[in-house]
Design a protein around this ligand. Sequence first.
Ligand code: GTR
Length: 435
Amino acid sequence: MRGAIRGLGVGLAVALAHAAEPAGAQPAGANYDEAKVPAYTLPDPLRFEDGAPVRDAADWTVRRRAEVLHLFETHVYGRSPSPPAAMRPAVVESDPRALGGLATRRQVRVLLDGTENGPAFEILLYVPNAASRPVPAFLGLNFGGNHTVHPDPAIRLSTAWMREGPGVADHRATEASRGTAAASWPVERILDRGYGLATVYYGDLEPDHADGWKDGVRSRLGPGVTGRFAPDDWGAIAAWAWGLSRALDVLAKDPDVDGRRVAVIGHSRLGKTALWAGAEDERFAMVVSNDSGEGGAALARRRFGETTEAITKSFPHWFCPRFREYAGREDALPVDQHLLLALVAPRPLYVASASEDLWADPRGEFLAARAAEPVYRLLGREGLGVEEMPVPDRPVGKTIGYHLRRGEHALTAYDWEQYLDFADRHLRRTAASSR
Ligand code: GTR
């Protein structure tokens, strides 16, 4: 660890010197030495595929943005289907005095083909009772079932397939798993700050394993029913992101939620998912990526920590089949992750890293945010506004926010506090905007 510091840019050297706790054991066989990061050239966000310059906001908004989106669809995440016409939400539980009166709780089962036994997912929604409605809200997928985000006994226990873990028996959730992820979901704090919170179990959309597509929306709704996926058929990340957009369809019709002020958030693989959802769906008013790493906010060309080879080997189902062709050939990629971040522009974007999470390449996440800035500026927004990577626990940024939290790979109360402050800056109704 110490040796590696020599090759670092000044900013990160300072950052890591400050955070000099030894990083938790990072997966072996990866490069964690900045000095070994190969030279690379990033695709220019402000140049069309044919080499012509993107001259102004209209050029970006009308043509270049669509070009970049198409490249991610056909080379990284895959093409997703349009919303199902027969989709129908059904409120299965609600209580106006949940959490001791702090919130209104609603649980909505979204029937994707309109039938009770068809593909479906469940939204758990909390709306603060003290705030004037409709409220801005955060929407995020969870890893272990809605019942894990809070010990509230009224949350319906998920009956979907679960990865083995605490409180899970034979891939089914048990009562013992209630509230086990509460540390990542400070529900009362979010409500106290005047925001609603909506969450969905990502496994409702597709169980997260190589054959998960057989039980998920990819086989029950879109192409790929046979399992022979075309090179640009949607992967699991695209399926989870598609689910976030379907959840937004429902929230946008909820009288208590302001559908124009919904922030999409995700941690790690669900951070990659939140970024793709925000890139594809411009209805999301703000996008938050927490420690998303490779295939998320981190630049692939740096080959630092997890690489395209490693991720497509470990999780072949996450991306479209064509993405595997770039394993070890990152320079041949027609995109890199700064372009994914640029697709969120001019909307507020927050990228966060953790100092010990080298597998996710914190510096690569910061550099991608910085490299997306020219698009924000072209669209009249200040982006990060800093050149150097900040030291730990010192958030920076304007319309692009960034922090390097001291510590491990996790979504913590500290991270949420920064996202709530950022949302206050960008989503709060000002006197002018509420007219
Ligand atoms: C790791 C994976 C990362 C990240 C992480 C997570 O196994 O290599 O890309 O997605 O999982 O989602 O927790």
